[in-house]
Design a protein around this ligand. Structure first.
Ligand code: CP
Length: 356
């Protein structure tokens, strides 16, 4: 049994295989119409979603399976205080695979360590969003014909942008990738992404606040929303929310074949007029999400290896405490705090924050 918590849980070869499968699903959907007949997907969404939840459900239905689940914490027993671990154990008796979204980083890892069925991380707080990354990789591959030798600009909320963190990690495994990080200083990329991915993998990257100056060199522009729900200080959100607005005039500075991606939803960071530009790929990207999730469900349901999520946890309980209020350890009192050490820095296994 195998779960998907971090995009790096999948090898580069597996990613290419899944992209091939998704492309075949797009061309020959009837071939897969009964591939998961008799199987059930549980979508456990403790946080709002349109694309991820509905594309997972559409994916399972198009594979001939069934779906059950909830779309908000308030309609589940989490509202009565049930833990993620207990929820995962219970749902293991009702379904064959779980897709979980949660506002706290590390919740899907806790679920994977307690479920007896595969768990897919469908977004955990501001941490990771590996199935959006699968969607992004399929889209880049279809639009550019390659996943290597690309200059990729990430613009907007790079601090809490879980889709950004997961896509940078995925791109670290391809050659000739240059990353341009475009954000206000307050929303810069977290240290753990810089230290554990960009620096560790010797990736070429630059940081700037100036979108227009960065545009001419980009092959891909990955826009993101400034996420109101991640801010503790609403004054700071109001000050930063309109930091970047991509419009038709700014696009004149970009390459004629640059691909514009956005995980969506957008608020106003891409003007609606840009939707008519052939470089706008974000609606195709959302559609691709269903097919790559079909490929993922099929892969995990046919994998009979050990539960890899469990093996990521060290066996000893940490004497160090994670103090990140966005971590699952902040709200589940009995959850053991665990950390991993890398280059002299101790990081929480659930949220990757430094623990001291
Ligand atoms: N991209 C994405 O995760 O969208 P939803 O929040 O609508 O699922």
């Amino acid at each position: 049994m195998r779960s998907l918590i971090d995009i790096l849980d999948l090898s580069v070869e597996e990613l290419y295989e899944m992209i091939d499968t998704a492309n075949d699903m797009i061309e020959n959907p009837a071939k897969y119409a009964e591939a998961c007949k008799g199987k059930k997907l549980a979508t456990l969404f403790f946080e709002p979603s349109t694309r991820t939840r509905l594309s997972f459900e559409a994916a399972m239905l198009d594979l001939g399976g069934s779906v059950l689940g909830f779309s908000e914490a308030g309609s589940s027993s989490a509202s009565k205080g049930e833990s993620v671990a207990d929820t995962a154990k219970i749902v293991s008796g009702y379904a064959d695979i779980i897709a979980m979204r949660h506002p706290k980083a590390g919740a899907p890892l806790v679920a994977a360590n307690n479920a007896s069925i595969p768990v897919i991380n469908a977004g955990d707080g501001g941490h990771f969003h590996p199935t959006q990354t699968l969607t992004d990789l399929l889209t880049i591959s279809r639009e550019k014909g390659r996943l290597h030798d690309l200059t990729v600009g990430f613009c907007g909320d790079l601090k809490y942008g879980r889709t950004v963190h997961s896509l940078i990690a995925a791109l670290s495994r391809y050659t000739g990738i240059k990353i341009v990080l475009i954000s206000p200083a307050e929303l810069a990329i977290p240290d753990y992404v810089k230290e554990d991915v960009l620096d560790k993998e010797h990736m070429a990257y630059t940081e700037t606040v100036d979108l227009e100056a960065a545009l001419p060199e980009l092959d891909i522009l990955y826009m993101t929303r400034i996420q109101r729900e991640r801010f503790a200080d609403m004054d700071e959100y109001e000050r930063l929310k309109d930091s970047y607005v991509l419009n038709v005039e700014k696009l004149e500075k970009a390459k004629s074949d640059m691909a514009i991606l956005h995980p969506l939803p957008r608020v106003n960071e891409i003007s609606v007029a840009v939707d008519n530009d052939p470089r706008a790929c974000y609606f195709k990207q959302a559609r691709n999400g269903k097919f790559i999730r079909m490929a993922l469900i099929l892969k995990l349901l046919s994998d009979d290896s050990l539960n890899t999520a469990v093996s990521q946890l060290p066996s000893e309980v940490s004497h160090l405490r994670c103090h990140n209020p966005g971590c699952i350890t902040s709200c589940e009192q009995e959850l053991a705090h665990c950390y991993r050490s890398m280059d002299g820095v101790n990081r929480c296994v659930y949220c990757d924050s430094e623990v001291k």
